[in-house]
Design a protein around this ligand. Structure first.
Ligand SMILES: [Cu+2]
Length: 153
């Protein structure tokens, strides 16, 4: 009897843990994910989407993972006064409570460096977001045509 009681407590502590360690990031939803087909694998691929934080705590995105690319990274494109665009790693991205961050052409984007295979129009790939609280969110990203400018195309 006593043994069974202790086991029950240990079990409830165990199932309680994941909830505690991902406070915040479980409230993040991804909307409108899309990407473009690639010509080959030499140049990086790109994915766009909106991360919405529906919770009441800020959430920080710290990294990406995908079986499609060895080095996925959030980049930010900036255009200078001469109209010249360049991009650099965006670093950690904090999504305030109740707000959203968009990855879109000309701004932040998921750069898929070291592609493991060609991105083929009509196919999908999984993209995982890693958050500072240890939570993860995996979404399926559809691959649109090489010239696509958005999910409506
Ligand atoms: Cu980039």
């Amino acid at each position: 009897m006593k043994y069974a009681f202790i086991t029950a407590i240990a079990f409830s502590a165990l199932i309680g843990l994941p909830t505690a360690s991902t406070a915040g990031s479980q409230d993040v939803v991804v909307e409108g994910a899309w990407s473009r087909a690639s010509i080959g694998t030499k140049r990086p691929g790109v994915a766009y989407l909106t991360l919405r934080n529906t919770g009441s705590d800020p959430v920080s995105l710290v990294g990406l993972e995908t079986p499609l690319a060895m080095m996925p990274e959030i980049h930010e494109t900036k255009t200078d006064a001469n109209g010249v665009s360049s991009m650099a790693p965006a670093g950690e991205i904090t999504i305030p409570a109740g707000e959203s961050v968009s990855l879109e052409p000309g701004g932040k984007h998921a750069m898929l460096m070291k592609l493991q295979r060609k991105m083929v129009e009509g196919e999908n790939f999984s993209l995982t977001f890693n958050f500072a609280d240890g939570g993860q969110l995996t979404v399926n990203v559809p691959i649109l045509g090489v010239a696509a400018r958005g999910p409506q195309d």
